[in-house]
Ligand binder design. Structure first.
Ligand code: NAP
Length: 453
């Protein structure tokens, strides 16, 4: 699948249902007009009056030809890559639609820039409100403030907006340096559960009163045995959390003509959490998507291994073997649904197969609200040097344009990117792996892509 093959689905909506074309907000009965809560209600955030807010109507995104999209510049290298990407996105929209469509960008504040404006507040209330209000936004990387209110701003963002699915498409772009012999076989979309598992924050430090209380309960009442002085963490995995993630993954597979959905788990060891994730996944596929899916067992028992037209194969793999398979036989995998910790490791490992986190895109999504993001960090040693690769944020933008139903933008960017890489015009990270490369700064790379459109 190409990243640009269509919009990511929203839970409760089919991709094809996402409204396309001009739908005047003021005249369409199905789309509420621009919401209250305009620029007046924000202290520092300016919502452009020239554009229309994206709305959710009847479980679908309603996007006019002049949508407002939010962006958070981010810390460290964030400003450099955001500046470059805004130029590329705007040029691609212009190129794809010849002026008929235009994005009206609203800058939202998180991280160090927010702290400067909002008296030390790294994630101000008005940014939370605006992210929800604008529905679709994109962000650069953020430094995790030491001693801040959240363990991490990114974790805080996911919690505040209940962005329960981390979506990471990983595919190969011709010419990008890769350690694999056949990197073109890598084309997966990883749906990682974002809110549960050992990331739920239920952890008790060794020596604390809470830890001792829990240790006593586990030993005395539950008969559990473990070493003295152990730190303790809890790994909750629920049917609710599993089902909404698996539902999003299967719906994506259906909407994008994907061939399989693989549940990746460690259920052989953690039967009631990871194993339950797998079992609930199969149950959901059976109860909600019976007409679209068959299991791998059914594929062999009833269809002699030949995949029936229009059916997605639902299968599962244990996490450790999955890492090996993604290196040796990546073509066997398509959409992947997995729990939080597995997904964290797997998405970076798979990204490394086709160029690394400097180019891997991502999104954190609720049912409709979505925040697209660069998957790497702030790389502070390169801040303000106009040096790094903007690819991760750029392709997160491609995902975003697909999501709002503007796939032509992604196609324009992807084609121009591949042309630029084929000419060996690259930023420092690819230059050091590419013989005969012309190294350019972030801004120069953006110009080269725009020229190639
Ligand atoms: P990092 O910022 O991702 O940087 C690690 C290395 O990855 C860099 O030194 C660089 O490698 C390479 N790299 C990252 N982005 C690149 C780009 N756009 N182009 C080319 N190479 C790139 O990870 P970190 O140093 O562990 O974390 C730094 C800060 O970022 C921390 O405060 C962390 O909390 C934060 N962080 C934020 C997010 C987020 O906002 N989503 C995610 C992860 C980390 P070379 O030095 O080899 O060139």
């Amino acid at each position: 699948m190409a990243l640009s093959s269509g919009p990511l689905p929203c839970t409760g909506a089919r991709a094809g249902d996402i409204l396309r074309g001009f739908v005047p907000a003021t005249t369409s009965p199905s789309i509420p007009g621009p919401a209250e809560g305009s620029a007046m209600s924000y202290q520092h955030t300016t919502i452009p009056e020239t554009g229309d807010k994206i709305r959710v109507a009847g479980g679908r995104l309603a996007v006019t030809d002049q949508p407002i999209l939010g962006f958070v510049e981010g810390d460290g290298i964030g400003p450099d890559i955001t500046r470059a990407c805004l130029r590329i996105w705007d040029a691609a929209v212009e190129r794809a639609y010849g002026g008929r469509r235009k994005v009206h960008w609203a800058e939202l504040y998180m991280g160090e820039k927010a702290a400067g404006l909002f008296d030390g507040d790294y994630f101000p209330q008005e940014t939370r409100d605006a992210l929800r209000d604008l529905v679709v936004s994109i962000k650069g990387p953020l430094t995790t403030p030491v001693g801040g209110g959240f363990r991490s701003l990114n974790v805080g963002l996911r919690q505040v907006l209940d962005l329960y699915a981390c979506v990471r498409p990983v595919r190969y772009y011709a010419g990008v340096p890769s350690p694999l012999r056949r990197p073109q076989d890598v084309d997966v979309v990883i749906f990682r559960e974002n809110t549960e598992d050992v990331y739920a924050g239920i952890e008790y430090e060794a020596g604390s009163a809470e830890n001792e209380k829990l240790a006593r309960f586990l030993r005395d009442e539950m008969g559990a045995g473990f070493f003295e002085g152990a730190g303790l963490g809890v790994k909750p995995i629920s049917p609710f959390g599993t089902n909404r993630l698996v539902r999003k993954a299967i719906r994506y597979a259906i909407d994008h003509g994907r061939r399989s959905v693989t549940f990746v788990h460690k259920g052989n060891i953690m039967k009631f959490t990871e194993g339950a994730f797998r079992n609930w996944g199969y149950e959901l596929a059976r109860s909600e998507f019976a007409e679209h899916t068959i299991t791998e067992d059914e594929l062999w028992e009833k269809h002699d291994g030949r995949q029936p037209e229009g059916k997605i194969v639902v299968k599962d793999r244990i996490a450790d073997i999955m890492f090996q398979m993604m290196l040796l036989r990546p073509a066997e995998f398509d959409v992947i649904a997995t729990s939080n910790l597995n997904g964290d490791y797997l998405s970076d490992a798979v990204a490394a197969e086709v160029g690394g986190v400097g180019i891997a895109p991502g999104a954190n999504m609720a049912d409709h609200v979505a925040v697209f993001e660069a998957t790497h960090g702030t790389a502070p040693k390169y801040a303000n040097q106009d040096k790094v690769n903007p690819g991760s944020l750029l392709f997160s933008g491609v995902m975003m344009f697909d999501y709002i139903g503007w796939p032509e933008v992604g196609r324009t960017i992807t084609a121009a990117y591949e042309k630029t890489i084929a000419r060996k015009v690259v930023t420092y990270d690819f230059a050091r792996q590419t013989e005969g490369a012309t190294e350019v700064p972030t801004s120069g790379f953006a110009s080269a892509i725009i020229d190639a459109m």
